[in-house]
Design a protein around this ligand. Structure first.
Ligand code: PLP
Length: 480
């Protein structure tokens, strides 16, 4: 029988992976000089990647070469130290290396029996993280794709717990006829918190609690929203909001929520890591008093996608909400099965990457990566604030800087700010995204990369100010 080239049972690993190593090195070594954005031709990408699926397959080495060439014009250098978009982390070398091996080993982090190495690595990383972040030592841990999945998992545990306290087994009985929980969500919470609640059938119960001008949730408004709550209660706070990096008042809210027998969940995608730095730890005082936490490793910790983590101070509720009892899995229950703590069944063994990263950084390295990002952000904010017509909108507490611009000729500032964002993005040296914050247009700059240097920050300032001046000169004319 003629085998398809891709199905050769004795592939030439050395040649194939040798090619891949060269492509990877070429990408990574040129990253520091490369523009981080530029014009992308979507039709060009479609032409290079598209066409009908060939009837007959190709040689793996050829196909991988074609893939690398076809996607190159559409790759974003988001792991560059000059990329300040969204809250994208970079990828530490040790993490990239461990991630490659994770793919090669292709372990299914489902059950202990499916991969004892993956299961025990999760256990060890879970203990390290709980300790590093100062969470209760008995907290349960799940390794998921990102903070969205972590929010979902944590809030499933919350739903179980608060309804069980009111005599209702939600896993067995569903939500019809259940006691109706009050769900108080800080207005600064990320959209993924709302989506998690929606998926859990609690979308209709959400009450948004307004924020102060700084972006922190108002404690008085939270107290008022609590009212005379007697039934089940879930509260969600933001620890580092995606725009301003603000941290809601954790300790006083924990007091209130627990007085009413409720559950406090923290969305802490990147803010969580402040707890690992002696210098920034006070910002998240009271963090350990929540009932659940959702965070990302692919942001400030700088591991490659995708890597999120959920922690829960009530392992029983966490297990009750997520555990599945499929007989075919043939479990003996002797060891921790990863599947019981996450909403997925088959998953890549992403804890290998965390293990290598945490081991390579150590406690001081994790603190350094957080401090590096926050100090660069603070310097970036200070340099921009010193320029005419530039306003830093947020208190730069963590790694986020929000900037608005005044049109020097007194025209519309929002229009001017949006033009600055466009010109800054088109310049290519750096990249940040636009947003509207508290009703006004702004440029969002997030320092989230281990490799960002002082020079990169200076380049960013120069690029932003050039865009500001060009936008002012161009006035109403179309620029791009
Ligand atoms: C990024 C982010 C999320 C969503 O996390 P994913 O990893 O993209 O799923 C949630 N909350 C905050 C504050 C974020 O910054």
């Amino acid at each position: 029988m003629n085998l398809e080239p891709a199905l050769n049972p004795r592939p030439h690993w050395a040649e194939l992976l040798g090619d891949v190593t060269r492509y990877a090195i070429d990408f990574l070594e040129h990253l520091p000089e490369r523009d981080v954005s530029g014009p992308v031709d979507a039709d060009g990408l479609r032409a290079a990647l598209g066409g009908p699926l060939p009837a007959v397959g190709g040689e793996p080495r050829t196909v991988v070469r074609q893939l690398a060439a076809a996607v190159a014009p559409g790759l974003v250098s988001s792991t560059s130290g000059r990329y300040f978009g969204y809250v994208f982390g970079g990828a530490l070398p040790v993490a990239v290396a461990a991630d490659w091996l994770t793919t090669v080993w292709d372990q299914c982090a489902l059950l202990y029996a499916a991969s004892p190495a993956a299961a025990v690595t999760e256990e060890v990383c879970g203990q390290w993280l709980v300790d590093l972040l100062g969470l209760p030592s008995h907290a349960s841990v799940g390794f998921v794709t990102g903070c969205q999945a972590a929010n979902f998992t944590a809030l499933a545990a919350a739903r179980h717990h608060v309804l069980a306290d009111h005599g209702w087994d939600v896993e067995a009985r569903g939500l019809c006829g259940a006691p109706v929980p009050r769900v108080l969500v800080s207005a600064s919470c990320h959209a993924s918190v709302g989506r998690a609640l929606r998926l859990l059938g609690l979308g209709g119960q959400i009450r948004q609690v307004p924020c102060e001008p700084s972006g922190r949730m108002r404690l008085d408004a939270f107290r008022a929203a609590l009212g005379d709550t007697r039934g089940p209660l879930i509260a969600c706070l933001e620890v580092g909001d995606t725009d301003a990096g603000q941290i809601d008042p954790i300790a006083p809210v924990a007091d209130l929520v627990h007085r009413y027998g409720g559950w406090l969940h923290l969305d802490a995608a990147f803010g969580m890591w402040a707890a690992a730095s002696p210098r920034y730890r006070d910002l998240v005082a009271g963090l350990d008093r929540a009932d659940s936490w959702a965070t990302d490793a692919h942001k400030l910790l700088n591991v490659p996608y995708d890597s999120g983590i959920v922690f829960c101070a009530h392992p029983d509720a966490h297990g009750a909400a997520l555990r599945i009892g499929a007989e075919y899995l043939g479990r003996d229950g002797g060891e921790r099965d990863p599947v019981d703590w996450v909403p997925e069944v088959s998953r890549r063994a992403r804890a290998f990457v965390l293990w290598a990263t945490l081991r390579a950084l150590g406690r001081s390295g994790v603190a350094a990566i957080v401090e590096h990002a926050c100090e660069h952000a603070s310097r970036l904010g200070a340099l921009l604030a010193a320029a005419d017509g530039v306003e830093i909108r947020n208190e730069v507490v963590l790694n986020q800087v929000l900037v608005s611009f005044r049109d020097p000729y007194g025209r519309d500032d929002d229009l001017h700010t949006r033009r600055v964002v466009e010109l800054f993005q088109a310049d290519g040296r750096c990249w940040g995204s636009g947003t509207t914050w508290q009703g006004r247009a702004a440029l969002r700059l997030s320092v989230c990369n281990w490799s960002t240097t002082d020079d990169d920050i200076d380049t960013c300032v120069a690029s932003v100010l050039t865009a500001h001046h060009r936008a002012a000169l161009a006035g109403d004319r179309v620029l791009l």
